[in-house]
Design a protein around this ligand. Structure first.
Ligand code: NAP
Length: 297
């Protein structure tokens, strides 16, 4: 569906009505509708969760139209998480601290913004690797993007031992590094190595840092298309690494990492847990995780 559908919603009502959505560009690949609908049905609500294709620059209009169309809320995906933050009336602590919004709730005429990617990722890492995020030295590829920056800030809040922020546009990673330092517990910042460091997304600096890394988080949008290359050269991978790709299917990076002897996880577990937390914001109760998980296999 597109913004045009929203504009004519009242003339062509859906049955059951659409009251929740994921907005993004592209959005057709999103598994959120398939994952969320069974949990909504399990609560006995007669409403649809739909995917809405929204172009850059149209997020505020879309959010206005959704509010007018009596939506309960929406998820927000690539590339709209910063624009969504701007469009909210109120932000919860997670959205404020993580600097991006992936979940919106419409209530009493106001638009509330949340970020469930960070807390959802903590749960996902525990499930995928049976280890706590706070115990890991992390390197984030794409740390200047919406998801990468949010996870970087979550790592700072967790007090991870090292946080290396790699981004194609270095200035964005440097800005995120500054934010991370303010969120990090100050006594931890001291030590022989930089605890929080911004680097360009290039082989040489990446090679230098990977030796001191436990977990690589792949948060660029490279890999969304099956023809995309790996954002990290396979020659840089070694078996001590845990490699977590936020894209929710196996990518070239994950295949190369598996071959190199690394433990790997794709973004499905994050999708599940960030979705479960969003659901709780909308309905005030936890979803049926098993019903959601069954749609992801
Ligand atoms: P975003 O805000 O658009 O950020 C995109 C990031 O990718 C930026 O860091 C950007 O670097 C980098 N990038 C894009 N093209 C690149 C290229 N050709 N070379 C190098 N870097 C490039 O997107 P996002 O919302 O953060 O999402 C990023 C990825 O995470 C997407 O694949 C999304 O599907 C995934 N994600 C998954 C979940 C889940 O539930 N599993 C949740 C959130 C996000 P610049 O800053 O230099 O432009």
């Amino acid at each position: 569906m597109t913004l045009d559908h929203l504009k004519t919603w009242a003339d062509q009502p859906l049955d059951p009505p659409a009251r929740l959505a994921v907005i993004g560009d592209p959005v057709r690949h999103s598994k959120s509708p398939a994952m969320m609908q069974p949990a909504i049905d399990a609560l006995g609500h007669s409403l649809q969760y739909v995917a809405l294709q929204v172009a850059e620059g149209a997020v505020a209009t879309c959010i206005d139209l959704m509010r007018q169309a009596d939506f309960l809320g929406t998820n927000v995906t690539v590339p709209h998480k910063f624009a969504a933050l701007e469009a909210c009336d109120e932000l919860d602590e997670s959205a404020r601290q993580l600097g991006a919004v992936n979940t919106i709730l419409f209530q009493d005429g106001l638009t509330y913004g949340f970020n469930t990617d960070g807390p959802g990722y903590v749960r996902a890492i525990r499930e995928d690797f049976q280890i706590d995020l706070r115990d890991l030295r992390v390197l984030i590829l794409g740390a200047g993007g919406g998801a990468g920056a949010a996870l970087a800030r979550q790592c700072a809040l967790e007090g991870c031992e090292r946080i290396v922020l790699a981004n194609r546009t270095l200035e964005k990673a440097e800005a995120v590094a500054r934010d991370c330092r303010t969120l990090y517990r100050s006594e931890h910042l001291e030590g022989p190595m930089d605890r929080i460091l911004a680097i360009p997304l290039e082989d040489l600096p990446l090679r230098e840092q990977l030796e001191f890394t436990d977990l690589v988080i792949q948060a660029t949008s490279i890999g969304l298309k099956p023809t995309d290359p790996s954002p990290l050269s396979p020659s840089l991978l070694s078996p001590h690494l845990l490699v977590s790709d936020l894209i929710y299917r196996d990518t070239k990076l994950l295949r190369a990492a598996h071959q190199a002897g690394c433990r790997i996880a794709n973004g499905q577990t994050l999708l599940l847990h960030q979705g479960a937390l969003a659901f709780t914001h909308w309905f005030g109760q936890e979803p049926d995780l098993r019903a959601m998980r069954a749609c992801l296999t």
